[in-house]
Ligand binder design. Structure first.
Ligand SMILES: Nc1ncnc2c1ncn2[C@@H]1O[C@H](COP(=O)(O)OP(=O)(O)O)[C@@H](O)[C@H]1O
Ligand SMILES: [Mg+2]
Length: 257
C-alpha cells in the first residue's frame, strides 16, 4: 500500500445467496481526494459502503483502511477507526435539535462533559460552552448555525441532508462515505451541497467517498471515479476519462438512465 493510500479494496466480493452484489472489486483511494462511486441502480454501490463500514462482511477479498485489514471489525470499531457515513435515506435523531444531533456525534469525552454539564453537580457552564462552541463550528460548514435550536424533523429536507454531513464531520472521522447526498435536492441545493463537500475537502482535508447519481455534481467535484455495473468494476479514472468511456456510456444508456 503506498503512503498516500487511505482505503483499499482487494478483490472484494459480497454474495447474497446466488446473487453477487459486489464482484471481485479492486481500487485504492488516496488521502484527501474525492472519489466517486457511480453506476446504475442495483450496481452494488450501497453494498460497497456496507462492506467498508462492516455492516456486511466480504465473502472474499480484503478491505484495508490505513493499512489495517477491516474484514473482522464490527461497525462501531470501524467508526472508531475514523470512518463516518451518511445514508441514502436520511437518518437523524428527529426529535433532537440540530445542535444536539451534532453533540451526540462528537467524540466521547466532549460528549460526556456536555451531558455532565447539564447536571447541577457537573463540571459546569464552561464545559457546556466549550462543547457548544465546537459543535457550532461544525454547523458552520453548512450554514446551519441559525437552525441550531430547531428540531431536526422541522428542518427543510435539504438542510437535513446537510446536517447528516455535519454530523459525519463531527465524529472526527478522516474518511467520509456519503451515499447519494444530493438525492431529492433541487438544483440550487445541489450547488450548495457541492460547495460544502469542496470545503470539507480543502479546509478540513477529509477524504470523501461519494455515491451519487447527479452527474453534474460527480463530474464537478470528483478527483477520480469508479464505475460499477452488476457488481463489477467496469471503469476507473478521472471525470474526463469516465465521461468519454464507451463502456460506461453503454452501461448507462442500456438502462435508460
Ligand atoms: N440485504 C440484501 N439482501 C439481498 N440482496 C441485496 C441486499 N442488499 C442489496 N442487495 C442486492 O444487491 C444488489 C446491489 O444493491 P445495492 O448495493 O443497494 O445497489 P446500488 O446502491 O448500486 O443501487 C441489488 O441487486 C440488490 O437487490
Ligand atoms: Mg444505493
Amino acid at each position: 500500500m503506498s503512503d498516500n493510500t487511505i482505503l483499499e479494496l482487494q478483490n472484494v466480493s459480497l454474495a447474497f445467496g446466488g446473487l453477487k452484489a459486489v464482484s471481485e472489486i479492486d481500487f485504492k483511494m488516496q488521502k484527501g481526494e474525492i472519489l466517486s462511486l457511480i453506476g446504475p441502480n442495483g450496481a452494488g454501490k450501497t453494498s460497497t459502503f456496507n462492506l467498508i463500514t462492516g455492516v456486511y462482511k466480504p465473502t472474499e477479498g480484503k478491505i484495508l483502511y490505513k493499512e489495517k485489514v477491516l474484514n473482522k471489525y464490527k461497525p462501531h470499531q470501524i467508526t472508531n477507526l475514523g470512518i463516518a457515513r451518511t445514508f441514502q435515506n436520511i437518518r437523524l435523531f428527529k426529535q433532537l435539535t440540530v445542535l444536539e444531533n451534532i453533540i451526540l456525534a462528537m467524540n466521547h469525552t466532549r460528549k460526556i462533559n456536555f451531558f455532565a454539564s447539564l447536571l447541577p453537580f457537573g463540571p459546569g457552564k464552561k464545559e457546556l460552552e466549550k462543547v457548544t462552541e465546537q459543535a457550532v463550528k461544525y454547523l458552520e460548514y453548512a450554514d446551519l448555525v441559525e437552525f441550531k435550536d430547531i428540531r431536526a424533523e422541522n428542518l427543510p429536507y435539504g438542510k437535513q441532508r446537510e446536517l447528516e454531513i455535519c454530523r459525519a464531520i463531527a465524529t472526527g472521522a478522516d474518511l467520509l462515505l456519503l451515499d447519494e447526498p444530493a438525492a431529492g435536492l433541487n438544483p440550487s441545493e445541489t450547488t450548495q451541497l457541492m460547495d460544502i463537500i469542496k470545503r470539507i475537502k480543502t479546509e478540513l482535508k477529509k477524504s470523501i467517498f461519494l455515491i451519487e447519481h447527479d452527474m453534474k455534481l460527480v463530474m464537478g467535484i470528483s478527483d477520480r471515479i469508479v464505475v460499477l455495473d452488476y457488481g463489477e468494476k467496469i471503469a476507473e479514472g478521472t471525470p474526463e476519462e469516465i465521461r468519454n468511456n464507451p463502456v460506461v456510456i453503454k452501461a448507462y444508456l442500456g438502462k435508460g438512465e
